[in-house]
Design a protein around this ligand. Structure first.
Ligand code: PLP
Length: 460
């Protein structure tokens, strides 16, 4: 049961208000004409309670890989409260105490990078990079080196600009027209191999070079990649991929932008996903796990070399990054982020992520013996996926209705799991697990046990 009852609100009236007035994210609302929407009231650790008093184990950290340190963290709430009564906000050409201190702590974890630009969503953090790249092109390459390459299956946000870099085409459908200069490169998922699988990592990276040569390297300013692709199907790039990507970027003077919106702050068992692969990015963006959803904060991090390109002529009125994010000036974000980082460190959550992630993947692989609909299991740290197929031999993708039936069956058992890319036919087939980094062995076993039971119920 909930640790506190909600004495302030009549919860059935709350659900009615939600049904009458809230337009939910990513939702077709027709079903709510006959059923109540779910409204969550309280959380502790990985456990959630809804307005009907039902208890759930959350295996997706708040739906979208966000609540890395779990629910109900009083120390974050206390830190935010203390800061808000001292100074809640200032934005523009000045700093705040938590903004300075969190930037310093963050940079300690990111050797080679040195500057932090604050905003408040992953989409926005990515847009900042696109603007920086475009401005660098105008100031240093005569406006020519302005194309931004993105990868099939990757996702970078929901704004018109970031949707122009959506490797998940249906997300962008019906929202055009889009701005120009964004070009797709092929995905690197070996399970859905597009080339001979010998040396697949290198081959998939070479495909990026082919696009660069086709477009003209002098026109390409930046390449944006997720370190481990999230919504596109939990894709860990194959061996040999990253060193070749780095080499290609250096050869053609292309800035490398790693989108850590999902992987950042521990999800893969290291502070950042790219740190598993030994790469040196020019830009890193992050959002979700930075303050685990206790406050809205996003960061665009870059090198001193990039930063210096924006201060080469103090007399030029256009010679600086002419951008602002109003809520990039909220102190709640960096103060929550500081405490979030302290928790990850002091509670050994990176180590727990590695250990529990390995357990989760092993459990999912065990399920393959009993459930032929699992075609592939993949992941890194507490970021695990199981791709469902109609037939292991042909790898025909499972249809959305049955994938959603598995998700719904888990929910009926009180376990919230995810499935990547509902909106994409053929891609909407990977069950996704991303529990809080505090997850225990018993909780992992309960989550994979629920999937076992759901697969049996749906497929026999
Ligand atoms: N980048 C990646 C890899 C994401 O998964 C997401 C959101 O799911 C975003 C960017 C966009 O972040 P936001 O929803 O905070 O704008």
């Amino acid at each position: 049961t909930m640790t506190q009852t909600d004495t302030r609100n009549d919860l059935s009236a709350v659900v009615a208000a939600d049904r009458a007035h809230v337009w939910h994210h990513l939702s077709q609302h027709k079903p709510f004409e006959t059923t109540d929407p779910r409204v969550y009231v309280e959380g502790k650790g990985l456990t959630l309670w809804d307005a009907t008093g039902r208890e759930f184990l959350d295996a997706v950290s708040g739906g979208v890989w966000t609540v890395n340190v779990g629910y109900g963290r009083e120390s974050i709430a206390d830190a935010v409260r203390d800061q808000l009564v001292k100074l809640n906000y200032f934005a523009g050409a000045a700093g705040t105490v938590p903004g300075a201190l969190f930037a310093e702590r963050l940079i300690e974890k990111m050797p080679g990078l040195s500057r932090v630009y604050y905003s408040n969503s992953g989409s926005e953090a990515n847009e900042k990079v696109y603007k920086m790249v475009r401005q660098i092109s105008h100031r240093h390459h005569g406006g020519k080196k302005s194309k931004i390459l993105y990868r099939e299956r990757d996702y970078h946000g929901t704004t018109i600009g970031t949707l122009a870099t959506s490797g998940q085409k249906q997300r962008a459908e019906q929202y055009g027209p889009f701005p120009e200069g964004f070009v797709e490169v092929p995905h690197c998922l070996e399970y859905r191999a597009q080339w001979d699988t010998a040396g697949y990592g290198r081959r998939a990276a070479d495909a990026i070079e082919e696009v660069i040569l086709r477009e003209g390297p002098e026109t390409v300013g930046c390449l944006v990649l997720e370190p481990v692709t999230a919504g596109g199907g939990v894709i860990v790039p194959p061996e040999g991929y990253w060193p070749r990507v780095q080499e290609i970027c250096r050869t053609y003077d292309i800035l490398l932008h790693i989108d850590e919106v999902v992987c950042g702050l521990g999800r893969t068992g290291t502070w950042f996903g790219y740190q598993n692969f030994g790469i040196e990015p020019d830009f890193v963006t992050m959002a979700k796990g930075v303050a685990s959803g206790y406050a809205a904060i996003a960061c665009t991090v870059t090198t001193e070399a990039v930063f210096d390109l924006f201060k080469d002529d103090a007399a030029d009125p256009l010679g600086h990054f002419r951008d602002i994010s109003t809520f990039g000036g909220c102190t709640s974000g960096p103060v929550a982020a500081l405490e979030n980082m302290r928790i990850i460190e002091d509670e050994g959550l990176l180590e727990n992520t590695k250990a529990m992630g390995a357990r989760c993947l092993a459990n999912l692989r065990d399920l393959m013996d009993r459930h032929p609909v699992i075609g592939d299991v993949r992941g890194m740290g507490l970021f695990c996926g199981a791709e469902l197929v109609v037939d292991r031999a042909t790898k025909e993708p499972m249809d959305e209705a049955r994938v959603q039936a598995v998700v719904a069956h888990c929910l009926s058992q009180g376990v919230i799991i995810g499935a990547t890319n509902r909106s994409l036919p053929g891609y909407n087939n990977t069950l996704c697990l991303s529990p809080a980094l505090t997850v225990t062995a018993a909780e992992i076993d309960r989550i994979t046990g629920a999937i076992d039971a759901a697969l049996t119920a749906v497929f026999g």
